[in-house]
Design a binder for this molecule. Sequence first.
Ligand SMILES: NC(=O)c1ccc[n+]([C@@H]2O[C@H](COP(=O)([O-])OP(=O)(O)OC[C@H]3O[C@@H](n4cnc5c(N)ncnc54)[C@H](OP(=O)(O)O)[C@@H]3O)[C@@H](O)[C@H]2O)c1
Length: 288
Amino acid sequence: MNKSSKIFVAGHTGLIGSAIIRKLRLMGYARIITRTHKSLDLKDRKRTESFFSKEQPEYVILAAAKVGSIQANDTYPAEFIFENLTIQNNVIDLSWKYRVKKLLYLGSSCAYPKKCSQPMKEESLLTGSLEPTNEPYAIAKLAGIKMCQAYHRQYGAKFISVIPANVYGINDHFDENAHVLPTLIKRFHQACLKKSKSVVLWGTGKPKREFFYVDDLADACLFLLKKYNEPEVINVGVGQETSISQLAQKIRKISGYRGELVYDTSRPDGNPRRLLNSSKVSALGWKA
Ligand SMILES: NC(=O)c1ccc[n+]([C@@H]2O[C@H](COP(=O)([O-])OP(=O)(O)OC[C@H]3O[C@@H](n4cnc5c(N)ncnc54)[C@H](OP(=O)(O)O)[C@@H]3O)[C@@H](O)[C@H]2O)c1
């Protein structure tokens, strides 16, 4: 990949896609191709094929997906599996058909089994049952990884899959699709404004997560686009975990909120731990 390579960043308005664009621009890549969801629905095979045929991208970063909270996954499982499978089927297959030199697919740590030994190693994928709340999404993510591997094996396509830890940062979602970190920021902020007596958190607060700043992930993705060509998935994280209650206390302190913190244990916790073993990417020479 060089500074004049034509690079399609699918999902460039999202949390990860926008960070990749920032990084590419910072590094002097001049031929970045983007399409908004509105202007090109990647579920539409015909229109997506016209786009590939016209633009002939050399590199593809697939950061377009339907992503959401535990609640959103639980409420719209059909949309999570259908939309993700369709987007990735189209983009991966068309990347092969239009001879894309390299594609980077973003997997998810939800693809690891619920009871995976921690920290989670790449070889643990498909060794046990998934967390039920987001199983349809996780199945779609696994299918994307397998599809990259199949195209690698059958056609020699350089399609790589990256599994990032829980990402946060600029362009995060604060709506009903929000992940835990922006949800907590919003709840404490609103509680401060409204002078609420309590802030309610979903679950027990005990689950632990590895929070990963999105610009570090963008850096890792560009590093891997240059250095990594293997079909095996590769984890990317920071190697540190924080419990939801620790995170809540931290945000509460920063926000200045003085009310009560209530844990609604009738709500699901999701996976108890999600720490990635990122020794493979470290051995290649990348660190956050
Ligand atoms: N966020 C995390 O913590 C995390 C962790 C691990 C892996 N990942 C993976 O990283 C990828 C990107 O996640 P993200 O957090 O950046 O998600 P995001 O912020 O929701 O961004 C998704 C992007 O995809 C676009 N998009 C959705 N459906 C589309 C369609 N049918 N056609 C065209 N564009 C479409 C969205 O556009 P609109 O907003 O206009 O719909 C948006 O630009 C996903 O594959 C996700 O599984 C994320």
